[in-house]
Design a protein. Structure first.
Length: 222
């Protein structure tokens, strides 16, 4: 990401896939609500070091790049916390998802959060599924409703009605051309998703198409 990319995001205004936080000297605690919301909805970008004047209607005047004082400290704090399961239920980010961007000589920390796959949802915080699960709606992060939580938990159930372990069917039984085409479509639709960096087997595991039988430890299609 470049400074030009930052300005292009800001030109569109804060919206369902963009959140700006001043975060001049420290990592704001509200970043975790946004992380949960983006992961549970459509994904998005968090910019630390950008001040928003909520009363200003003109996007060109609404945002001011203020930068952060110590980008490396903020990134270190972020990674330390996101790996703490008492704070965040799951880390779905890779190293390249968090970067420092020079914007006219000021450092902005950009965090690209992909949408979590359905088997991972809900992503929640503070070790509290009911009060720590958020979704994104327009410009805000909102607690998931009880119905939304039930739907995500149901969809994440690996023992659901739509799945059956296919005994003796392995990666050797997958048509490589078809898989290649599917991965290309996935990449086109989700260019920044962390799954794009996985090998074929791990990619299918994350999508719920390949698993390990818990009873026999046999690997196979699902």
């Amino acid at each position: 990401m470049t400074g030009k990319d930052i300005y292009q995001l800001l030109a569109k205004g804060e919206h369902v896939k963009l959140e700006c936080k001043t975060a001049q000297s420290s990592l704001p605690n509200s970043v975790w609500e946004t992380y949960s919301a983006f992961a549970n909805t459509y994904g998005g970008t968090i910019l630390l070091g950008v001040h928003e004047d909520t009363k200003e209607k003109d996007p060109k005047k609404r945002f001011t790049v203020t930068g952060v004082e110590d980008a490396e400290k903020i990134k270190k704090d972020f990674w330390n916390i996101i790996h703490n399961t008492e704070k965040v239920s799951m880390n779905i980010l890779r190293d390249e998802c968090v970067e420092t961007v020079d914007v006219d000589g000021k450092n902005v920390v950009a965090i690209s959060v992909p949408q979590a796959y359905y088997t991972m949802k809900p992503i929640y915080i503070n070790n509290n599924l009911s009060r720590g699960s958020f979704r994104r709606n327009h410009e805000g992060d909102y607690h998931c409703s009880e119905q939304e939580l039930r739907m995500m938990v149901r969809d994440a159930n690996e023992e659901g009605n739509d799945h059956m372990f296919l005994q003796h069917y392995t990666m050797d039984d997958i048509d490589p051309t078809t898989l290649k085409h599917y991965r290309q479509m996935f990449l086109t639709k989700n260019p920044d998703h962390v799954f794009n960096n996985l090998d074929d087997k791990e990619f299918l595991k994350q999508l719920g198409g390949y698993t390990v039988n818990r009873e026999t430890q046999e690997e196979g299609l699902w």
